[in-house]
Design a protein around this ligand. Structure first.
Ligand code: BG6
Length: 359
C-alpha cells in the first residue's frame, strides 16, 4: 500500500524534499563552506593525491554518476567520468592507485556493480560507495562511503534515490573542492544552493497537474527525443530512461550538440523533443538548437528557468552546478503521468526488477 498515494513512484517523487534534507543532514559546514562526510576513510592528504575519479553504477545510478562526475570535475577540478558497472566489469580495466573509484547503488545489491567493486578491490583500487541500503553487499565491500538516507524505495523506477545520489555527489565534490582549489566564496555559494533545494523541489511538485496534462498529451506519440548540453545531457539520459521504463514510449537521449550529426533526420511533427534548456552560459546555443527543431515542425517541450515557447516547464533557479538535481524532477512527473495515462503498472514495469542480483 502506497500510504494514500496512488503509486509508490508518485509517493517517492513527493518524498524528495525530505530525502534531500536527510542527504544534507549535518553534513554542511557553514563556517568553512564545505561538507563533512563521516565515512569516507580518506584523509585530506590522500584526497589531494587523487588524480582521477571513475564512477560506476547501473541504470539510474549510472546517470546519477554522470551528474557526479561533472560536479567533481567542475568543483574539485579532478578529471572524472562515469561508466556502466556492467561494462566496466567485462573489459579488464586498468586499475590505478591514484584513481578514486566510486560505486553508486540504491539497493547495494546490484550484481554487476558488486562484481565491479570486487574486481577493483582485488587489483588494489580504492572504492567508495554511494549507497542507500545500509549494510548491503556493496556497502560492505567498499573502503568507505556515503549513505543516502533516502528511506526505502519501492517503485522499480528510481526517483528519490537518484536525486539523493546527485545531492551526495554535490557534497563530495564540495568536500574535495575545498581541500583543493575551490574558493571559500564558491564553497559558500554551493552550500547555500544545496540548502535551498528542498523548498525549490516543493515548488516544482506544485506544478504536477499541469505536467500530468502535458504527459497525457505526449503519451499519444510513439517516440520522443530528449536533448541537453553538458549539464543537461545526463538529465536527458535519465529522463528518457524513466519514460521508457514506465510508459514504454520509445525515447532516445542525445547531446544537443550531436543533433545535427544524426538525429535531426528523425525530426518531424510526429516526434516531439524534450529539451533541457537552463539559463546558463549555453542558453544561446540551446536556443539555436530549438530553432533547428522547430524549423522542421518538431514539437518541443522545454525544461528550464523561463518560458521558451508553447510548452515550457519552468523550475526555480539554482546554482548552475546544481541544475541537474532540480531539472530532472518535472520529468520524473512527466514519465509517471504518461504511464498512468497509458494504464501501465507504474510501480512494476514489465520485464524489470527493482534490483538485478543475478548474472
Ligand atoms: C535496474 C533498476 O535494474 O537497476 C533501475 O530497474 C536501477 O531502476 C538499477 O536504477 C540500479 O539499481 P541500484 O539498486 O544498483 O541502484
Amino acid at each position: 500500500d502506497a500510504e494514500g498515494y496512488t503509486h509508490f513512484m508518485r509517493k517517492e517523487i513527493h518524498e524528495q524534499p525530505g530525502a534531500v534534507e536527510r542527504a544534507l543532514g549535518g553534513r554542511l559546514d557553514e563556517r568553512f563552506h564545505t561538507a563533512h562526510l563521516g565515512g569516507l576513510n580518506l584523509d585530506a592528504r590522500e584526497a589531494r593525491g587523487i588524480r582521477r575519479v571513475k564512477i560506476l553504477g547501473c541504470g539510474s545510478a549510472y546517470y546519477a554518476g554522470q551528474v557526479g562526475a561533472q560536479l567533481i570535475e567542475e568543483l574539485a577540478r579532478i578529471p572524472a567520468d562515469a561508466e556502466p558497472a556492467s561494462e566496466f566489469r567485462y573489459r579488464n580495466p586498468v586499475v590505478e592507485p591514484d584513481t578514486l573509484y566510486i560505486a553508486v547503488s540504491q539497493s547495494g545489491e546490484t550484481y554487476d556493480t558488486l562484481v565491479a567493486v570486487q574486481e577493483l578491490r582485488r587489483k588494489g583500487g580504492r572504492v567508495l560507495g554511494v549507497v542507500n541500503a545500509v549494510g548491503s553487499a556493496i556497502a560492505r565491500e567498499c573502503d568507505g562511503g556515503v549513505y543516502l538516507h533516502a528511506g526505502p524505495e519501492i517503485a522499480v523506477a528510481s526517483t528519490k534515490a537518484y536525486t539523493s545520489q546527485a545531492v551526495v555527489f554535490a557534497l563530495l565534490a564540495l568536500h574535495l573542492g575545498r581541500i583543493r582549489d575551490l574558493s571559500p566564496s564558491d564553497g559558500r555559494r554551493i552550500c547555500e544552493g544545496l540548502r535551498r533545494l528542498p523548498g525549490q523541489i516543493e515548488e516544482i511538485l506544485k506544478q504536477e497537474d499541469r505536467i500530468a496534462a502535458l504527459a497525457a498529451d505526449l503519451a499519444t506519440y510513439r517516440s520522443m527525443l530528449f536533448i541537453g548540453r553538458v549539464r543537461g545531457w545526463p538529465i536527458a539520459r535519465e529522463s528518457a530512461q524513466k519514460l521508457k521504463e514506465v510508459s514504454y514510449v520509445h525515447a532516445e537521449a542525445y547531446p544537443s550538440s550531436e543533433l545535427k550529426h544524426g538525429p535531426l533526420a528523425l525530426v518531424n511533427p510526429e516526434l516531439p523533443t524534450v529539451a533541457i534548456v537552463p539559463d546558463d552560459d549555453l542558453l544561446d546555443k540551446n536556443q539555436s538548437t530549438l530553432g533547428e527543431i522547430r524549423a522542421r515542425r518538431g514539437r518541443v517541450l522545454t525544461v528550464g528557468h523561463r518560458e521558451l515557447g508553447d510548452d515550457s516547464l519552468v523550475v526555480p533557479k539554482s546554482e548552475p552546478e546544481l541544475d541537474p538535481i532540480l531539472l530532472t524532477i518535472p520529468l520524473q512527473l512527466l514519465a509517471y503521468h504518461a504511464a498512468v495515462a497509458l494504464g501501465n503498472d507504474v510501480d512494476k514495469p514489465r520485464n524489470l526488477a527493482k534490483s538485478v542480483t543475478v548474472e
